[in-house]
Design a protein around this ligand. Structure first.
Ligand SMILES: [Zn+2]
Ligand SMILES: [Zn+2]
Length: 328
């Protein structure tokens, strides 16, 4: 048995012990108040325009609510794949303003008020939560789509309220409490010049999921993620032959090394550690592989770990944590 095989086997045993069940196909997600907290990773990629990894976006369903954590590229496509109408999104929570986390927001906003049942036909304002800068983004979106807004109202009878965005700005702390769902914002360090940048912890019915979003190694993620059922973390890594390249160094200086992510997971001890938004850089003749990143993570962390794919779904309920799709 190779070391890798041993680690994979260890992971599988740990997953079984944590009552994780593996299936091959994601189930359609339905917003229903059955006591479960359902997390679906809609987009697990980065700014790279890869068809199988849209940029960062996550769906959290709990207490009958449909919430998004970031809205990167392809958010509306992935929601469509799940049969969730865009107009039925109850709130969007932004972590920071890099475009790979926000570029799908215009789609959620402007397609969500079209009066077609499959799109949801939102009649109320879109509720948008985030750090300082959220209101400016909301204003800019409404300006960018002003001609569409005017036309839809005049020609299709879209109510004016549906074309509004209620922007809620926070520094940190509890930012949302409704139907038993609590969302807490915490600060992270994505880079000295990328401020603000935050993560979120979502709690419902004794279940919890934490998103680091984009960050360097930050003990605040450990504090927020301690004992969570699921901790979703990013990473960044490059092949050794380009590690002296200043552009590569600058990119990596905005993310967490696989070894440090392992330290975060080891200290926070989530029920399940999840990789999403992994920045895999290119070397002189190849791109660093996910396998290498997992192996490096395994030097500092031996608990349950899964590499999310787009539409990886995790159901947290009284039976434990059930994983639908996911690799490595
Ligand atoms: Zn970023
Ligand atoms: Zn990002």
């Amino acid at each position: 048995m190779t070391l890798t095989e041993a680690l994979v086997r260890t992971t599988r045993v740990a997953l079984t012990a944590a009552t994780l069940a593996l299936f091959s196909v994601a189930q359609p997600a339905q917003a229903q108040d059955d006591g479960a907290l359902v997390v679906t990773l809609l987009g697990t990629g980065t700014p790279l325009n890869e068809p199988d990894r849209f940029s960062f976006s996550n769906l959290v369903q709990a207490g009958g609510l449909t919430l998004l954590i970031d809205a990167g590229r392809g958010t509306s496509i992935r929601l469509g794949q799940l049969g969730i109408p865009l107009g039925k999104v109850d709130g969007v929570f932004l972590t920071h303003f890099h475009s790979d986390h926000t570029i799908g927001l215009g789609d959620v906003f402007a397609t969500g008020y079209i009066r077609v049942p499959t799109l949801g036909g939102r009649t109320e304002p879109l509720e948008l939560y985030g750090p300082a800068g959220t209101a400016r983004l909301a204003e800019g979106l409404r300006l960018a789509f002003k001609s569409d807004i005017d036309t839809r109202m005049l020609d299709e009878g879209v109510p004016e309220a549906a074309t509004s965005i209620n922007a809620h700005e926070f520094d940190e702390g509890v930012v949302f409490e409704r139907s038993g769902v609590r969302v807490t914002m915490f600060k992270v360090l994505h880079g000295e010049k990328i401020d603000p940048s935050v993560g979120y912890r979502i709690e419902y019915n004794g279940h919890s999921v934490v998103f680091s979003s984009d960050t360097k190694y930050d003990t605040r993620v450990i504090e927020a993620g301690r004992g969570a059922d699921v901790l979703v973390h990013e990473a960044g890594a490059a092949p050794q032959d380009v590690m002296d390249n200043p552009i590569i160094q600058n990119i990596l200086d905005h993310h967490t090394s696989p070894e440090d992510v392992g330290r975060v997971f080891s200290d926070a001890q989530p029920g399940l550690a999840v990789y999403s938004h992994v920045v895999r850089l290119f070397g002189k003749d190849r791109r660093i592989s996910m396998r290498e990143i997992v192996d490096r993570t395994r030097t500092t962390y031996s608990g349950p770990l899964v590499v999310a794919e787009d539409l990886t779904q995790i159901i947290i309920d009284e039976k434990g944590t059930t994983l639908l799709r996911g690799g490595l």
